[in-house]
Structure formats: C-alpha cells, structure tokens
Design a protein around this ligand. Structure first.
Ligand code: HEC
Length: 155
C-alpha cells in the first residue's frame, strides 16, 4: 500500500526525468563509440579488451534497470494502455497485464508482441480459444526486448 502511494506521488515525475536522461545518455555512446573503438581495437592488447568486458559486466544491473525504464516508455508510446491496464491504469475493460510475468514466459510475451495474430492462433488454449483482437504493434526486436523486460517486472 505504502509503495503504491509513494510511486504514484513522486514516482511518475521522477521517472519522467530519469527517462529523459537515459534517452539522452543512451544516444551518446551509441553514436560516439563505434568509430573510436574500431580504430583503437587493432592496437588494443588483450588486457584492454578484458577490462572493457569487466566494466561492462559491473554495470549489468544498471543496464537492466535502464532496459526496464525504456520498456515502460515504449509501452506508453505505443499506446498499449488503450487496451491493457496495469495497476488500474489504462483500459479497465481490456486485458490487465498485472502479474503477467507470473502467468507467462518471456518467450510467450516476445512472440505475442512480434505477431499477435499468429501467436494467438498457435496458443488457442492459453487464450481460452478467443479470437485475436490485438493489432500488430509493429515493433522491432530491440523494442520487443525492452517491453518484455518491463512486462517481466509485473509479478
Ligand atoms: C486494440 C487493443 C490492443 C492493443 C492496442 C494492444 N493489445 Fe495486447 N492484447 C489485446 C488483447 C485483446 C489480448 C488478448 C489476446 C488477443 O485477443 O490477442 C492481448 C494480449 C496481450 C498480451 C498477452 C497477455 C496474456 O496474459 O496472455 C500481452 C503481453 C500484450 N497484449 C501486450 C501488449 C503490448 C505491450 C501492447 C503495446 C505494444 C499491446 N498489447 C497493445 C489487445 C491489445
């Protein structure tokens, strides 16, 4: 109860600021890194390479929470809440996604986002034999990965 109230009051605003920062920061290394890494790579010793790997590993948890935040943003941008609700936010008559991570696997969610029509047809039992009503969201693999990471936090 406490966590929910806290989230609603400060969470939403803070999250907006964080997302803006992350989107900005995420753009920088992606644009700046490849050329400099390639030209230095030829001269780089094995030691250098492994230290790069190490530092990559240490930020793993940070990266993962970044992915979740991006996934949440993509969920909003793609208007999934027009048909889905999470904690009562969104379309209450639609399919609630609360606890979806406890019901479904990562793969199940990825396939649903990749091609709902095909996925529902293939998993009729999981959908109570209802016909597919979810439109093709036209997401690329990275967007699907981020959204799935977010959905997997909904336990
Ligand atoms: C036009 C309404 C609509 C929109 C928009 C929509 N969905 Fe769906 N979604 C559904 C319906 C209805 C189902 C139930 C299965 C079916 O009929 O396809 C579903 C099923 C799902 C499921 C499987 C849930 C479960 O428990 O099996 C997930 C996950 C999901 N949607 C995520 C999303 C995400 C993420 C977005 C945004 C990119 C989105 N949906 C956009 C209507 C929609």
């Amino acid at each position: 109860m406490n966590r929910v109230t806290q989230y609603l009051s400060v969470g939403v605003f803070t999250e907006y600021i964080i997302v803006q920062g992350i989107v900005f920061l995420a753009g920088l290394p992606a644009a700046a890194e490849p050329p400099s890494t390639v030209s230095r790579q030829s001269a780089a010793s094995k030691h250098n390479v492994s230290s790069v790997k190490k530092s990559g590993k240490s930020t793993m948890t940070k990266d993962q929470s970044t992915d979740v935040v991006l996934g949440k943003k993509l969920y909003k941008m793609n208007e999934c809440a027009a048909c889905h609700s999470i904690r009562g936010v969104g379309c209450r008559e639609g399919v609630p996604l609360d606890g979806v991570a406890s019901r479904r696997s990562k793969r199940f969610l990825s396939e649903q986002l990749k091609d709902p029509e095909e996925h529902v047809a293939k998993n009729q039992k999981a959908f109570n034999r209802d016909p597919n009503l979810m439109p093709q969201p036209n997401l690329d693999d990275r967007e699907i990965k981020f959204i799935v990471k977010y959905l997997m936090t909904l336990r």
